[in-house]
Design a protein around this ligand. Structure first.
Ligand code: NAD
Length: 256
C-alpha cells in the first residue's frame, strides 16, 4: 500500500516510534528511524526492519531538542512523504517547582521539533502533491492531569499545530493529524510497574488496573501495534479527507 513512500519517524529506537515504523514498513514504506544516540544497536534496528519487510530502512541520529538538527534530519533523509513526529519525554513536578530547563527541554522535544520537521518536510510534499504528517500527541493533548504542566502544554500545542498545518495544506494532497494515545505499554511504562507496585503495595495486575489505568475505562493498555495501525490508516487513501483532527486510541479515557 505504501510502496515507494519514505517515512521518517522521530524518536523511533524504542516504544511507540519503533512500533509505528514496524507497521509502516509492513505496509511497504521505506523508513528512516531516529533518536539522539548513534549506537550499533540503533542501526541494527533499521537493518532488521529492512530484512523482515523487504523495504529500505536507515537510522539517522539527530537530537530533536535542537532546531537545526530537526531540520537537518529531513534534509539528510532527502525529504519524506510521511512524517511521524513521535519523539517525546516526560517530567513530573508541581508548576511552582518545575525546573525551567525541564520545561524548555519538554517544549523543545515534544512540540517545537514537530514545527521544525514539518516546516522542512512540507516543500517536498507540496512538490510531489502528496504528504502525510502524523503527530503523536496524547490523551494529555485533550485533557490535563496535575504535575505534568510542560507535557500537557506541549501536547495541547501539538494538537493545535496539527490543525494549523492541516488548514495550510488543505486541498494539496497533504494531511496533518494528531493521534492521542492513552496509556500504551512501552518499555518506558513497563519500567514504572515495579515502582508503582512497591509504592501502592499491590500486585502487578491490581496496580495496572486500579492505579495506572484508573482513567482508561477499558482498563487495558493500548499497544504500539494499534498506534502503528492507526498511523497506517491515516496514510491510506481512506483517510484522504481526514485532516486537522485528532484520533484517540485511549480505551475511552476522553469519553469520560
Ligand atoms: P519511549 O521513551 O519509548 O520513546 C521516546 C522516543 O523518543 C525514544 O525513541 C527516545 O530515544 C526518543 N527521544 C527522546 N528524546 C529525544 C531527542 N532529544 N531526540 C530524538 N529522539 C528523542 O516512550 P514512548 O512511550 O514510546 O513515547 C513515544 C511518544 O508517544 C511520546 O511523544 C509520548 O509522549 C507519546 N505517548 C506515549 C504514551 C504511553 O503511554 N507510552 C501515551 C501517550 C503518548
Amino acid at each position: 500500500m505504501l510502496k515507494g513512500k519514505t517515512a521518517i519517524i522521530t524518536g523511533s529506537n524504542s516504544g511507540i516510534g519503533l512500533g509505528v515504523a514496524e507497521e509502516l514498513a509492513r505496509a511497504g514504506a521505506n523508513v528512516v528511524l531516529n533518536s539522539f544516540t548513534d549506537r550499533a544497536e540503533d542501526h541494527a534496528l533499521a537493518a532488521d526492519l529492512a530484512a523482515r519487510h523487504g523495504v529500505e530502512a536507515r537510522y539517522l541520529a539527530a537530537d530533536m531538542s535542537d532546531a537545526a538538527a530537526c531540520r537537518g534530519l529531513i534534509e539528510a533523509a532527502g525529504g519524506c512523504d510521511i512524517l511521524v513526529n513521535n519523539a517525546g519525554i516526560q517530567y513530573v513536578a508541581p508548576v511552582d517547582e518545575f525546573p525551567v530547563d525541564k520545561w524548555n527541554q519538554i517544549l523543545a522535544i515534544n512540540l517545537s521539533s514537530a514545527f521544525h520537521t514539518a516546516a522542512a518536510a512540507l516543500p517536498g510534499m507540496r512538490a510531489r502533491g502528496w504528504g502525510r504528517i502524523v503527530n503523536i500527541a496524547s490523551a494529555h493533548g485533550l485533557t490535563a492531569s496535575p504535575f505534568k504542566s510542560a507535557y500537557i502544554a506541549a501536547k495541547h500545542g501539538v494538537v493545535g499545530l496539527s490543525k494549523t498545518i492541516a488548514l495550510e495544506t488543505a486541498g494539496q494532497g497533504i494531511t496533518c493529524n494528531a493521534i492521542c494515545p492513552g496509556y500504551v505499554l512501552t518499555p518506558l511504562v513497563e519500567a514504572q510497574i515495579p515502582d508503582q507496585m512497591k509504592v501502592h503495595g499491590m500486585d502487578r495486575d491490581t496496580v495496572i488496573r486500579e492505579v495506572m489505568l484508573l482513567r482508561q475505562p477499558s482498563r487495558q493498555f493500548a499497544t504500539v501495534e494499534q498506534i502503528g495501525g492507526t498511523t497506517v490508516y491515516l496514510c491510506s487513501a481512506a483517510a484522504d479527507q481526514v485532516t486537522g483532527t485528532t484520533i484517540s486510541v485511549d480505551g475511552g479515557w476522553t469519553a469520560l
